[in-house]
Design a protein around this ligand. Structure first.
Ligand code: ATP
Ligand code: MG
Length: 469
């Protein structure tokens, strides 16, 4: 029998949930929220936790955080009041399985509980992963039908058959990690582990012990032997994320491991053979880092055997509507919200924006809108200012790299300004045309050409419609 624990300061909720889930055949226990509740939880053996997030005695967030270290495998569902949805989103980021908003739908909660327990069971039996994960990380997770993305899929499929060290570069948020996972799960190593190490997150000495492991007593704090990530990833794939941030000293150590296919734990003498595919990711220009003396050239050539360059979002704006609807579904489902839609002008503004944070930025924007917007149709009024009023200055193109198309680029800029003018002129075409220094007819022509649709277009007053330029 599986055990569910409920923590809520509202007695009526505790009673209701106890009744409902006992009837479903679970053992149900409840704890009174207090500063000491973690002590009781740690002693208890249970399979799922449902906790209110806002309680006078202790915050659900605190419980959540402590549970993550105390019992990382136990799924947690948080209950939140209508007004505190941003907090619930925070809870998801802290690792909660899901949340329900008061007054909640019991059937939905039952499904969440069932799924949570199912997941825990699979995890316990260690049979999740493998096939399921393979599905999760196949290309289905990577959204995009643009030419640039199709090229990426083809490339990944091709290099998945090799075992060569691969460098994935690209701006922040372009999906480098996603690509690395896809590569792993399509390779013959798919049943082995996929391990990620963020090289930027640790100081040099900790990074070394994280990479190579250490033996007990090799430095203060090394209280037990520890395997490094190279060993953890045996027969699988190791992603060295943000490799550009490592120090030259660490780079030499990594280079040696790659060349010898052997590692030695810090303080140890034994050489351990490693059978690991290495993928490195960076959002830096490594060639420039080499020139600056910050990156070892030998390592660069060693990791750059095959390279994948993730395209920035602004270079594949035709993927934006797809991505938007993907994230919309994801977050509406996750937050138990009714499905929303974006007004066409919003998509137009999205397409005109430069997205310096790429897909991650787009995802965050959609998530925030789903969390705070009640209306079903999202209009430009809900957009953050940087998207609504992009800089007036014409930005120089990032460079004439392959795929650059001047006409498309100029069209983009035109589109951006037209949308902005329509916005400021409150969709009065005559006023918008004035702002743009265009004639009424040219503006209508461009609106049609770019498919910006009729903005409740008002004909200009009188007959002052003449083609000026
Ligand atoms: N093609 C895509 N389809 C769907 N989601 C994507 C795509 N690309 C990126 N994402 C999402 O965007 C977020 C950022 O992706 P990811 O972490 O892979 O980027 P990154 O390039 O490693 O970024 P950083 O350089 O900041 O580490 C993730 O939530 C990921 O799921
Ligand atoms: Mg990353």
């Amino acid at each position: 029998m599986e055990t569910i624990i409920i923590i809520d300061d509202e007695k009526s909720i505790v009673e209701l949930l106890t009744m409902v889930f006992s009837k479903e055949g679970y053992a149900v226990k409840s704890f009174v929220p207090s500063g000491r509740v973690m002590d009781s939880l740690e002693k208890e053996d249970f399979d799922l936790l449902i906790t209110d997030i806002r309680m006078p005695q202790i915050s659900g967030m605190k419980i959540l955080k402590q549970m993550r270290t105390a019992k990382p495998d136990v799924p947690i569902i948080v209950i939140t009041a209508y007004g505190s949805i941003p907090q619930a989103v925070e809870a998801l980021k802290e690792g909660a399985l899901d949340y329900v908003v008061k007054p909640f739908n019991l059937d939905e909660l039952k499904i969440l509980v069932r799924n949570g327990l199912e997941r825990k069971r699979l995890k316990d039996e260690n049979i999740l992963l493998k096939k399921d994960l393979q599905e999760i990380y196949s290309f289905e997770q990577m959204i995009g039908k643009s030419k640039a993305m199709k090229e990426i899929y083809t490339l990944i499929e091709k290099i998945a058959t090799t075992d060569s060290t691969t460098l994935i570069s690209g701006e922040s948020g372009t999906g480098k990690e996603l690509a690395a996972r896809a590569l792993h799960f399509q390779s013959r190593r798919r049943n082995g582990p996929f391990v990620t190490l963020n090289c930027a997150a640790l100081p040099e000495n900790l990074l070394e012990s994280e990479l190579f492991g250490h033996v007990r007593g090799s430095f203060t704090g090394a209280i037990a032997d520890k395997r490094g990530m190279f060993e953890v990833a045996q027969r699988g794939t190791l992603l060295l994320d943000e490799i550009g941030e490592t120090t030259p000293w660490t780079q030499v150590k990594i280079l040696r491991a790659l060349q010898d296919r052997k590692v030695r734990r810090v303080g140890g003498t034994e050489e351990i053979s490693i059978d690991v595919r290495i993928i490195c990711a960076t959002n830096q220009d490594l060639k420039k880092r080499i020139e600056e003396g910050k990156f070892r050239e030998e390592l660069f050539y060693r990791i750059n055997v095959i390279s994948v360059e993730m395209p920035p979002l602004r270079r594949r704006i035709e993927d934006i509507p797809l991505l938007v609807s993907h994230f919309l579904q994801k977050y509406c489902r996750r937050m138990n919200r009714r499905m929303k839609r974006f007004a066409p002008e919003v998509i137009g503004l999205f397409e005109a924006y430069g997205w310096p944070g790429n897909v991650r930025e787009l995802e965050n924007v959609v998530e925030r809108i789903v969390a705070i917007e009640d209306r079903e149709t999202i209009t430009p009024a809900s957009l953050p200012p940087e998207i609504l009023h992009p800089g007036r200055e014409v930005k120089a193109p990032a460079g004439l790299d392959p795929g650059f198309n001047l006409t498309a680029y100029i069209d983009e800029i035109s589109k951006r300004y037209i949308l902005q003018a329509l916005q400021s002129a409150e969709s009065n075409l005559k006023k918008a045309a004035d702002l743009l220094g265009l004639s009424y007819r040219s503006l209508r022509y461009l609106i049609e050409k770019y498919g910006l649709k009729e903005h409740q277009a008002e004909p200009p007053a009188g007959k002052a419609v003449e083609e000026g330029r």
